[in-house]
Design a protein around this ligand. Structure first.
Ligand SMILES: Cc1ncc(COP(=O)(O)O)c(C=O)c1O
Length: 379
């Protein structure tokens, strides 16, 4: 089956008890057993839940993996991936990784004798130099937030495997409609389902999709052992979200490109960061590894004052953190999502005071352009 059919059908049969076409929300903590040692495969809801199982199967197929495990948040999913490591192990990480991931690695996991080296994973020579005999994982985000720098996934997978290192890709920013890292050789894919997979800004969750037998067995064990599971209602919301993922991503991409083109032509905008613009330094890579370019973009206004004026003047764009919902959100990375990143690191990765990020929604694009136009006039 092709992408949209998989998204709508994978993991979902009409309910065996009633024929319900939509997987029910199995809001139960336990299951009656027929006799000692005799049950229908469900004993206790931390361990197994049919609604969660459906979304896990759905997302595993959507990403082209072999098994998926759903967690209470994207961070819980990344935390579970980290349990594949043992004390003394080393991880190479995209230097501009999501701040919450950096916080988990830097402030929590270093207490357990795990080491992390942050490099620009767009530069594979730097990645290779950072790999040591203790490296077990290469953890990549592509595109990066918010300056949309890309990592060549096929080359990264080849490099990682040459050194017997797992490639883990946080695919939250692109979504599997735009990019499927396992096709390029990734071993594990993670998502904050809070974003495009759920798509409606009304649930928090995470998923890990794995390909290797040993990882699948361990992640299943850890999901139950640590217990940070996705609840049945949130599982159901994500299942509903993925049914329209293809349509939504097509519209996010169309609107993203239109806004990027509008902003590029505007005299008050100094630079636009969007992989679908031929001016993007990795445009050719984007066309090779992405299907459409998604709804995330950033642009440079030159100063904090200009950014403040624009953000105060927008009406349809909501000033908010997060991304990937149907509604357009606008934010100021330096003081919002990336405020905890040290100033010199922000400067190195291009997060200036004049940088503004948009998570472009699926509204009528003319309305978004009109809103930006009037807000830019206020600068
Ligand atoms: C790329 C990326 N990964 C992981 C996360 C963490 O996800 P959650 O907020 O669902 O814990 C986020 C959240 O913004 C994110 O943007």
């Amino acid at each position: 089956m092709k992408f949209s059919s998989i998204a709508i059908h994978a993991g979902q049969e009409p309910d065996s008890a009633t024929g319900a076409v939509t997987v029910p929300i199995y809001q139960t903590s336990t299951y009656a057993q027929e006799g000692l040692g005799k049950h229908k495969g469900f004993e206790y809801a931390r361990t197994q839940n049919p609604t969660r199982l459906a979304v896990e199967r759905n997302l595993a197929e959507i990403e082209g993996g072999r098994a998926g495990y759903a967690f209470a948040s994207g961070m819980a999913a990344i935390g579970a991936i980290a349990t594949l490591l043992k004390s003394g192990d080393h991880v190479v990480v995209s230097e501009n990784t999501y701040g919450g991931t950096f916080r988990l690695f830097d402030k929590v996991l270093t207490r357990y004798q795990l080491c992390f080296t942050y490099v620009d994973t767009a530069r594979l020579d730097d990645v290779e130099r950072a790999i040591t005999s203790r490296t077990r994982m290469l953890f990549v985000e592509t595109p990066t937030n918010p300056v949309m720098r890309l990592t060549d996934l096929r080359a990264a997978a080849d490099l990682a495997h040459r050194h017997d290192v797992r490639l883990v890709v946080d695919n939250t920013f692109a979504s599997p409609y735009i990019q499927r890292p396992i096709e390029f050789g990734a071993d594990i894919v993670a998502h904050s389902t809070t974003k495009y997979l759920n798509g409606h800004s009304d649930s928090v969750g995470g998923i890990v999709i794995a390909t290797r037998d040993d990882d699948i067995e361990w992640l299943k064990f850890v999901q139950n052992a640590e217990g940070a599971i996705l609840g049945p209602f949130d599982s159901w919301l994500v299942l509903r979200g993925t049914k329209t993922l293809a349509l939504r991503m097509q519209q996010h991409s169309a609107n993203g490109l239109a806004l990027a083109q509008f902003l590029s032509a505007h005299p008050k905008v100094k630079q636009v960061f969007y992989p679908g613009l031929p001016s993007h330094p990795q445009y050719e890579l984007a066309t090779r590894q992405m299907r459409g370019f998604g709804g995330m973009l950033a642009f440079e206004l030159g100063s904090l004052e200009a950014a403040r004026r624009l953000l105060n003047a927008v009406r349809l764009h909501a000033l908010a953190e997060s991304l990937g919902g149907v509604e357009t959100l606008i934010s100021h990375p330096a003081t919002m999502t990336h405020a905890s990143v040290p100033a010199e690191t922000r400067a190195r990765i291009g997060i200036t005071d004049g940088l503004v990020r948009i998570s472009v929604g699926i509204e009528q694009v003319e309305d978004l352009i009109d809103d930006l136009d009037q807000a830019l006039a206020a600068i």
